[in-house]
Ligand binder design. Structure first.
Ligand code: MEV
Length: 440
C-alpha cells in the first residue's frame, strides 16, 4: 500500500503506469507489459482514446458482435452489440430469426421530450414567486437565445418551462421544470447549458424584482442539471403472431408456451425480485446497442429502472397477452439517445456501428434499441419457461472455460464437438480436456 499521490494527472502516461505498477501490483514489469499490449499501434487512434478521459493507462476491450436478421418495421437490420456476456448476441440473433419468419418487429416512437431542472430555495410568499415567474418566463427564453439558436433552426429547442412548488416535499424547495426537444442529439450539453443560463437569469432577475422583500430576493440556486428520468421520451416495440405459430420448443405446445410467457410476465409484475432479473435480461440487449452506438448506458439504465417503478412498485418492462388467438409481446421504455454529438463522430467503431444501422436518426435508434431489449427478453424468458437457460448459457460459456484452460484450436474443436451431445459443466469440460491431453 502507498500514501496519496500529488499531481497524478500531470504525469505522462508512462509515469502514471510506472507509479501504479510499482505501488499497487506485485509484478510491476508484467503489469507494464500487459497494459502496453492493449495499446493500439496506430498512434493517432491511441491518442484519440487516451483523450476521451483523464489518466488513461490503456484500453479496455469488450467484444463487438453482430446480431443479424432483425426485421424492424419491414426493414432488415444487422445490430451491433458491445457486450462481454457470452450468450447475449446468440440469444438476440435467435429471437431475430424466429420473428423474421413471423412478420418481424414493429416499433414506434411515442414521444421525445427531454427534461432538465433548476433546483432552488425560495424563502417567501409562493404567490409572489408565481407572479415573478410569469414575468421571468420570456426573459429566460430570450437570455438562452444564443444557446438555442441552432437547435431551433433544426426544429428543436425549449418546449416548456414551468415553476414547480415542491415545498410539501422539502421546505422552501422549488424547481424550474424545463422540457426540451433535442432532435438527433441526446442533448445533455444543450440542456445543461440552457439550465445554467436559466439559473443565472433567475438569480439576476430576482434581485431586481421590486415586489420581493430582501429575503425573497435572495433565491438560492442549488443546482441546474438535466434529468435522466424521461418518461415522455418513450418508444414501443412489439411482436405478435397467431398462437399456433409459436412453435418454439419441441416439448412445449404453442398454446402452453404462450400461456407460460404470459405467466412469466405476470410474475415479473408482482415480484420485484423476479422483475429486476427480468429487466436485467432486457438491459442485456439495450445496453449492448447503446454502448456500441456510443450512447450513455448509465443514463439509459437509470431512466429505464425509474420507469419500471413508475406505478409505485418495480415491475416488468415487457408485457404479453393473447387476444383472439393472437399472441403479442411488447415493451414500452424511455430512451434518451443521440446519433449526433458525443462520441458519434469521434469513436471510429461508434461511427461504424451507426453506419451498419443505416445512419439512423435518434428516433430510429430508439426503435432499434427497444427491439434489441424486447428480443433479448423474449429469448431469455422463452428459454426459462421451456428448457431453462443453463443449457444454452453453458454451451456459450464453454469457449470461456476452454480459453481459461489454454486449449489449442484443435483441442477446442474436438471438445466443442463432444459437448454438442453432452451437458456442459465446468468439471466435465476440465475432465474431457485432461483426457484429451493425456491421449495426445
Ligand atoms: C442473464 O444475463 C439474464 C437472465 O437472467 C434474464 C432473465 O432471467 O429473464 C437470463
Amino acid at each position: 500500500m502507498t500514501g496519496p499521490v500529488e499531481g497524478f494527472s500531470k504525469l505522462t502516461k508512462t509515469e502514471k503506469i510506472a507509479w501504479l505498477a510499482n505501488h499497487y501490483t506485485a509484478h510491476p514489469d508484467e503489469t507494464k507489459k500487459l497494459l502496453e499490449r492493449y495499446w493500439n499501434s496506430d498512434i493517432q487512434l491511441q491518442q484519440l482514446h487516451d483523450e476521451f478521459i483523464e489518466n488513461t493507462i490503456t484500453n479496455y476491450y469488450l467484444p463487438l458482435g453482430i446480431a443479424p436478421n432483425f426485421l424492424i418495421n419491414d426493414q432488415l437490420h444487422a445490430i451491433p452489440m458491445a457486450i462481454e456476456e457470452s450468450s447475449v448476441v446468440a440469444a438476440a440473433s435467435k429471437a431475430a430469426k424466429f420473428w423474421l419468419a413471423r412478420g418481424g418487429f414493429k416499433a414506434k416512437v411515442l414521444s421525445t421530450e427531454k427534461i432538465g431542472q433548476v433546483h432552488f430555495m425560495f424563502h417567501g410568499d409562493p404567490q409572489k414567486l408565481q407572479a415573478f415567474f410569469d414575468t421571468l418566463h420570456p426573459i429566460l427564453i430570450k437570455d438562452a437565445a444564443a444557446i438555442t439558436k441552432n437547435m431551433e433552426k433544426r426544429g428543436g429547442g425549449i418546449t416548456k418551462i414551468t415553476l414547480r412548488d415542491c415545498t410539501d416535499d422539502l421546505p422552501n424547495y422549488y424547481q424550474l421544470h424545463c422540457c426540451f426537444e433535442t432532435l438527433d442529439a441526446m442533448g445533455a450539453n444543450f440542456i445543461n447549458s440552457c439550465l445554467e443560463q436559466f439559473a443565472s437569469t433567475l438569480k439576476r432577475e430576482s434581485q431586481q424584482h421590486a415586489p420581493f422583500t430582501e429575503t425573497e430576493k435572495a433565491i438560492e440556486v442549488v443546482m441546474s442539471i438535466l434529468s435522466n428520468y424521461v418518461p415522455n421520451c418513450l418508444v414501443r416495440a412489439e411482436v405478435s403472431c397467431p398462437v399456433d405459430q409459436l412453435s418454439l420448443s419441441k416439448t412445449v405446445a404453442p398454446q402452453v408456451f404462450a400461456e407460460k410467457m404470459i405467466r412469466a410476465v405476470q410474475i415479473a409484475n408482482v415480484s420485484p425480485y423476479r422483475a429486476v432479473t427480468h429487466n436485467k435480461g432486457i438491459m442485456n440487449g439495450i445496453d449492448a446497442v447503446v454502448l456500441a452506438t456510443g450512447n450513455d448506458f448509465r443514463a439509459v439504465e437509470a431512466g429505464v429502472h425509474a420507469y419500471a417503478s413508475k406505478d409505485g412498485q418495480y415491475s416488468s418492462l415487457t408485457h404479453a397477452q393473447i387476444v383472439d388467438g393472437i399472441f403479442s409481446f411488447w415493451i414500452e421504455i424511455p430512451l434518451a439517445l443521440g446519433t449526433v454529438g458525443g462520441l458519434t463522430k469521434l469513436h471510429p467503431l461508434v461511427k461504424l456501428a451507426l453506419e451498419i444501422l443505416g445512419k439512423p436518426s435518434a428516433k430510429e435508434l430508439m426503435q432499434i434499441v427497444a427491439v434489441a431489449g424486447l428480443a433479448q427478453n423474449f429469448a431469455a424468458v422463452s428459454s426459462l419457461v421451456t428448457t431453462g437457460i443453463q443449457e444454452g448459457h453453458m454451451k456459450m460459456h464453454l469457449m470461456n472455460i476452454l480459453n481459461q484452460l489454454g486449449a489449442t484450436g484443435e483441442q477446442k474443436k474436438k471438445i466443442i464437438a463432444h459437448f454438442k451431445t453432452n451437458t456442459v459443466t465446468h468439471s466435465a469440460v476440465v475432465a474431457v480436456f485432461e483426457q484429451l491431453k493425456n491421449n495426445e
